[in-house]
Write a protein of this length. Structure first.
Lengths: 286, 286
């Protein structure tokens, strides 16, 4: 395929963007583009090109799922309001076949959900074999919003970090590659994005007055995120910190993380579980 | 937008392709392109163009769903093996934002599903407000495969047509636009498509020896489909017969049916339920 850009894809994102290599959140510049030295136009062109590879790899994962392979991928998206979680779903996940995707959004829990363990609604939406599951928010809200707003007693949420690690270890053991991405934006960038929503009638529906209430808790959220990164980043279910003030960089980075995860599964086309020549003969006679 | 094709989209597909206008299934040529006089290249170029309109309309439906509007769309795809249901999901549904799509495949029922009413698993997968739901096979298998293979006593499946009509009337009353599409292929085209699956190692996974067993029941299936069209095509939940030997025509037709359905909902951007100027002020101070 002819490249429409001379820039190389971000180098080794699983290393470069890994939470443990990124240092403290407060030291990460949300406008940075670690591992990538191209411009916005390069990034956009690359996204399209790499999207074709992503779609091709995803089809193999799906084929394996249909052939008895239990493996799957789970992409967990976290970030402040307007950090671009929805845009990742639309512009990155949207590049692959919808048949192989399961997408779930986790909002404020319903009464029914609150009556259960906090992982109950999460387990119900896990990807099936061969799928890429995408969580727009997740069980991490139960140690983020819940912690920031004291929604349950501290002794309860304090236990959840270990419970989450255990849960994700279980997922990994069952063949799910877990990719956790924190989309890191600056408060100024958020103000700009909210302003845009208030200036355009076709964006009003994305705006919620509570978004501004939440801005008052910015540093509490950053601290809560830092604790999440400190306590739940591990090799079974790594956290990545994605500088996200530049949407194109965040989208390209997630694409690369997905590509790396799929390539690591080393997916050849599944072997047939039938006799090809025999079937050709049956078909010709049918 | 500059048109990359001089051909017009298929004219009035909701009229032209409606089961009642198409006549008996046995008289429908699966290679026909009703309402469209362009070539394959025109059809493919149009699909891309019209996909942009589809995505724009879908975003409005999604915005309404987020703003309290209960309406949704349900696309039911039925057809023989290889008729192109998966291709519709990939190439048509794949053109819109995955956030607004819920996709479900209904295979052979599980024990748990069989222990319930046949609509139980269907109800569980209905689109939520603002979504486009896509069913790859559906409750119609319960009067198709079930009828052809005598999987339940006749007196039981005979009742299901009325039950289905009642169910779909209920969906329509609750604001779901139901679009039912039967992808109509010829046995020869099916043989070609199966041959391709047997000739290409990257397609083996799509092949199932039982596909050939099912070919022996071709006319029984056509008769069962004809009864479905005769008994369950109504204005609340119309059936469309899509000649599908030409994949590009089937994809373009479904795109047009979705566009017509969305345009009929007359979706302006939702009005804000907050005071825009007041929020701008709050934001500036935040």
């Amino acid at each position: 395929m002819a490249s429409s850009s001379d820039a190389e894809p971000p180098a080794a994102p699983t290393t470069t963007l890994r939470a443990s290599s990124m240092g403290r959140l407060t030291d990460v510049d949300p406008r940075d583009t670690p591992g990538f030295d191209g411009y916005k136009s390069d990034g956009k062109a690359l996204l399209k090109e790499r999207g074709e590879l992503l779609a091709a790899l995803q089809e193999r994962l799906y084929a394996h799922g249909r052939s008895g392979d239990r493996r799957s991928i789970l992409l967990v998206l976290q970030g402040m309001d307007t950090s671009g979680k929805g845009g990742i779903v639309r512009h990155v996940v949207g590049m692959v076949d919808p048949q192989g995707v399961s997408h779930a959004t986790f909002g404020k829990p319903t009464e029914d959900e609150l009556a259960h363990d906090f992982l109950w609604r999460i387990r119900a939406k896990l990807p099936t074999p061969g799928q890429i599951g995408v969580f727009d928010r997740s069980h991490y809200e139960d140690v983020l919003a819940v912690r920031v707003h004291d929604l349950v007693p501290e002794q309860e949420w304090q236990k959840r970090y270990d419970v989450i690690n255990e849960f994700e270890r279980e997922l990994a053991a069952e063949g799910t590659t877990v990719i956790k991405a924190m989309l890191h934006i600056s408060p100024d960038e958020q103000r700009e994005r909210l302003t845009k929503r208030l200036n355009r009638p076709d964006k009003y529906w994305k705006y919620n007055p509570s978004d501004i209430d939440e801005r008052a808790f910015w540093s509490a959220y950053q601290e809560a995120y830092q604790v999440v990164l400190d306590r739940t980043d591990n090799d079974d279910a790594p956290w990545y910190v994605i500088p996200a003030d530049r949407k194109w960089f965040a989208r390209l980075s997630i694409t690369e993380l997905l590509i790396e995860a799929l390539e690591a599964l080393d997916l050849e086309w599944p072997e047939p579980d039938f006799d090809v020549e025999h079937e050709k003969k049956r078909l010709a006679e049918s």
